[in-house]
Design a protein around this ligand. Structure first.
Ligand SMILES: [Zn+2]
Length: 455
């Protein structure tokens, strides 16, 4: 049996108690957490294959990132920044999907996105629209725990006209459901269970009621969850009223889409009665704070926290540093509510660890450092000028949320495997991933600019 001992670190277990464990070591046996005890006791009891000195470091559960789009970050960051959401969908990403990028392009960008995710301490990502089997392969190869999803819609939509309402196409519905089922059959449980699948519907507006109902039924039959973006832009919320005389959340609730295995991403333009429905159904709001703020809008977070909604954090695209994201979550909560004491550091860290694992129905396996759970662990280097002093007067959890950067993550362990060591990824050639992404993005945007896109 392979054993790794992590000693001398400050353990932040995220086990439901806001506490730290000092003067104890953590023992990994194969892919699981076997013990938390004094180093001397553990060394006496067990043959240890590898000892990691975590002096000056915090040992915490890996970040569980509930919303990502692997491939799109490295392609579009620096470009889709000072744009409205309507502009980047209609003028950038949809034309790219329709006319430019190939499966090989997206795989290339997914490699780099995985490098970034891993280096910043994300050990599990819920991927919304896995572009193809090639993208899934890149995610698997990186060693990250991936909850993958094929994006389903059945709308024939004229993307050149932002005001057009969608028409639904039964052939497209069948094609996309078949594709998602095939994807599930191939990928569910791959890489010793590190890869799992959920079904995704891009936006309910782009899905017929029948597609949403069938997606949920098929997911339930397989015991998996579903994801959708909702209330992400004003045009979307207006369209539900025009088409159904309902809010978006009322619409998806009425078609049977909502329960505790439903992840609702964004929920920015959300009405009070929608908060009540989400609360009643135990669905999860996946809050992507940085992307939300960039859109110049804010969900009614004060009301949402007061209602005690199930909530977890995601990075969405373009910026994947979870520590920055937690700070934005804190700032937005306070700006929205006017309450400087609304939630604290531990609450925000829970939303990226144990509560995020719960949102993905993985909380029996990951999200906290507890005996019997899988060894998804990160080490964060606190011996840094922007964090020191760190002594008995200071709280590591507070520092994790307010002062740490993703680049302070020095080691990442997933399923007992050391994937990042001294800040370097072991599974993917980082340099090559960057060079390849540079070359391919040049070609992609050369082709894109030859189209008549007005970007
Ligand atoms: Zn998204």
């Amino acid at each position: 049996m392979h054993r790794i001992l992590i000693k001398n670190g400050i353990i932040v277990p995220m086990d439901g108690n806001n506490r730290t464990i000092e003067n104890k070591a953590l023992l990994i046996e194969e892919n699981g957490i076997a013990a938390i005890d004094s180093a001397e006791t553990l060394v006496k009891k067990h043959d240890i294959n590898q000892t990691i000195d975590a002096g000056g470091k915090v040992v915490m559960p890996g970040i569980v990132n509930c919303h990502a789009h692997q491939g799109w970050t490295s392609l579009c960051r620096g470009i889709a920044e000072d744009m409205t959401v309507e502009d980047y969908i209609f003028r950038l990403t949809e034309p790219l999907i329709e006319h430019v990028v190939t499966d090989e392009d997206m795989q290339c960008f997914a490699y780099l996105d995985c490098v970034e995710m891993l280096k910043f301490g994300n050990t599990c990502i819920s991927e919304f629209e896995t572009f193809s089997d090639d993208t899934a392969s890149a995610i698997m190869e990186s060693g990250i725990r991936g909850v993958l999803g094929v994006n389903m819609t059945d709308a024939d939509w004229d993307f050149s006209d932002p005001n057009a309402l969608p028409n639904y196409n039964p052939d497209l519905k069948k094609k996309n459901l078949d594709k998602a089922i095939k994807f599930y059959d191939i990928w569910q449980g791959k890489n010793d269970g590190r890869i799992s699948v959920r079904f995704s519907n891009n936006v309910p507006l782009l899905c017929s009621p029948e597609l949403l109902t069938e997606t949920k039924i098929l997911a339930k039959e397989r015991g998996i969850g579903v994801n959708t973006h909702i209330n992400a832009e004003p045009m979307e919320t207006e369209a539900y009223q025009l088409m159904y005389q309902k809010t978006g959340v009322e619409f998806i609730s009425d078609v049977g889409y909502l329960d505790e295995n439903t992840n609702l991403v964004h929920m920015i333009y959300t009405k009070d009665r929608e908060i009540d429905i989400v609360k009643e159904t135990n669905a999860y709001m996946i809050h992507c704070p940085f992307e939300m703020g960039k859109r110049g809008a804010c969900a009614p977070l004060g009301k949402m926290y007061a209602a005690d909604l199930n909530m977890a954090l995601g990075s969405d695209w373009l910026m994947m540093d979870p520590f920055e994201q937690m700070r934005f979550a804190a700032v937005l909560a306070r700006v929205n509510s006017g309450d400087a004491l609304l939630k604290n550091a531990y609450d925000f860290l829970e939303m990226f660890t144990i509560k995020a694992a719960k949102a993905l129905d993985l909380d029996d396996k990951i999200g906290s450092l507890e005996i019997g759970k899988l060894a998804d662990i990160i080490l964060v280097d606190f011996d840094q000028p922007h964090i020191v002093p760190m002594n008995s007067h200071y709280d590591p959890v507070t520092n994790l949320v307010y002062n740490v950067h993703g680049s302070d993550v020095s080691m990442v362990i997933i399923d007992g495997e050391i994937v990042v060591e001294n800040g370097k990824v072991n599974t993917i050639d980082e340099q090559k991933a960057m060079e390849d992404a540079n070359i391919r993005s040049e070609a992609v945007f050369n082709k894109f600019k030859s189209l008549d896109t007005n970007l």
